[in-house]
Write a protein that binds this ligand. Structure first.
Ligand SMILES: [Zn+2]
Length: 393
């Protein structure tokens, strides 16, 4: 699968964007955000457009309007959305060419003095999803469609009709983002990376292709994590994290699947892992509720349950008193951003002295990695048994 990333022309256009309104005599109203960048990524079955703003604003969930082709104006079918309180001026007036078979291109313009309009000129279209991301504020539009290869309406073969070859392993946090900080200076990002590396080794030994979103101590945006996952053509996505709590007694392992439904506790964990206050998860939850039925579902739940079963079993062979916090649902951006069966493992609490001691040891990290790999292996076996039984038509 090819990964095409186009960065909108930045520096000098930004300068013109600031100067041009003055030259044209257009007053730029005060208090507006600026557009920093428009990026597009082309994947096998969808194209992602990301509009990034210069401030970390809380964006309302935008709604897209679909317009039919207009032959008199020589316009193709298109989608547009209006973003209030944003100034773009005429920076992107000539548009950004995409021409990947799904999108002709992207245009941005000042629709009113305080509203920016984003227009996607479509080549083909089946459906889309749109959601917002915080810190920095971004609007993400994924346009799905048929580039000419036969596909199901969700844009790729449903999980039960795919073999399980490639696993994307995602060690949470990294670089300037240490994740949770724990007992004895234990940093979540280091625990995550240790387990993820061991997991890669374990999975390769079982015949999987493995791609790590990071192999060292570096910061990655959510978009970069999902771009790596999608570009690798992953079938399964496993995100590795460690938990934290103000209650030092809190310990144990929990496994998450993506879901707009959640318990209070899940929302706290999701907020911490997403790096946003719980109140800011609203837009994601609304987006999730809309797309949930067919896109995230039974396969991720099955994967989570198999991984959970194995991990608890293994961890308790080291510490029989380890609490099993179960399989839970929550709105996790990192799981939402990719289109594959996805699971997030909270491997223990770095803030608990028993868990921290285990998580800091290479031997325990290797044990957890082995058990996660066994869970993924069982998932593969179940999927492929289903295929052999005639699931593939
Ligand atoms: Zn984390």
């Amino acid at each position: 699968m090819t990964r095409l990333e186009r960065r909108a022309r930045g520096g000098w256009l930004l300068a013109i964007g600031v100067l041009l309104p003055a030259l044209l005599g257009v007053e730029r109203p005060p208090g507006l955000s600026d557009v920093v960048e428009v990026r597009t990524w082309s994947y096998e079955d969808y194209t992602r457009v990301v509009l990034e703003l210069d401030e970390d604003r809380s964006l309302a969930a935008p709604s897209l309007v679909r317009l039919p082709a207009d032959s008199t104006a020589d316009r193709p079918e298109r989608l547009y959305l209006d973003v209030p309180d944003v100034w773009v001026g005429r920076r992107f007036e000539s548009g950004i060419d995409v021409e990947d078979g799904l999108l002709e291109g992207v245009r941005l313009g000042q629709n009113t003095l305080s509203t920016t309009r984003l227009v996607l000129d479509l080549a083909r279209y089946e459906h889309h999803r749109v959601f917002t991301l915080p810190a920095p504020a971004r609007i993400v539009v994924d346009v799905y469609g048929d580039r000419g290869v036969r596909r199901d309406p969700s844009g790729r073969l449903p999980a039960e009709l795919r073999r399980v070859h490639t696993v994307v392993v995602d060690p949470g946090h990294g670089g300037r983002d240490p994740g949770a900080l724990g007992v004895g200076g234990l940093r979540e990002k280091d625990v995550n990376l240790g387990i993820a590396r061991a997991l890669a080794t374990q999975l390769r030994a079982r015949g999987f292709d493995v791609v790590l979103t990071r192999e060292d101590d570096r910061a990655l945006s959510l978009e970069e994590r999902s771009a790596i996952a999608e570009s690798a053509g992953g079938d399964v996505f496993v995100s590795i994290h460690a938990n934290a709590s103000r209650r030092q007694g809190a310990r144990g392992i929990e496994v998450y699947t993506l879901d707009a439904n959640h318990e209070r506790h899940s929302l706290d964990v999701a907020a911490r892992e997403n790096g946003v206050p719980a109140a800011r998860l609203d837009a994601l939850q609304r987006a999730l509720a809309r797309i949930q039925a067919d896109q995230v579902g039974s396969h991720s739940a099955r994967l989570a349950s198999l991984v959970h079963e194995q991990v608890i079993h293994g961890a308790r062979s080291r510490d029989a008193s380890l609490p099993d916090l179960g399989v839970k649902k929550g709105p996790f951006y990192v799981l939402f951003m990719s289109s594959m069966s996805a699971v997030l493992v909270e491997t223990g609490f770095v803030t608990n002295r028993h868990d921290a001691k285990l998580l800091g040891s290479e031997r325990y990290q290797a044990l957890l990695a082995e058990r996660i790999a066994m869970g993924v292996d069982r998932y593969r076996a179940q999927i492929e048994t289903g295929l052999a039984a005639g699931g593939l038509r």
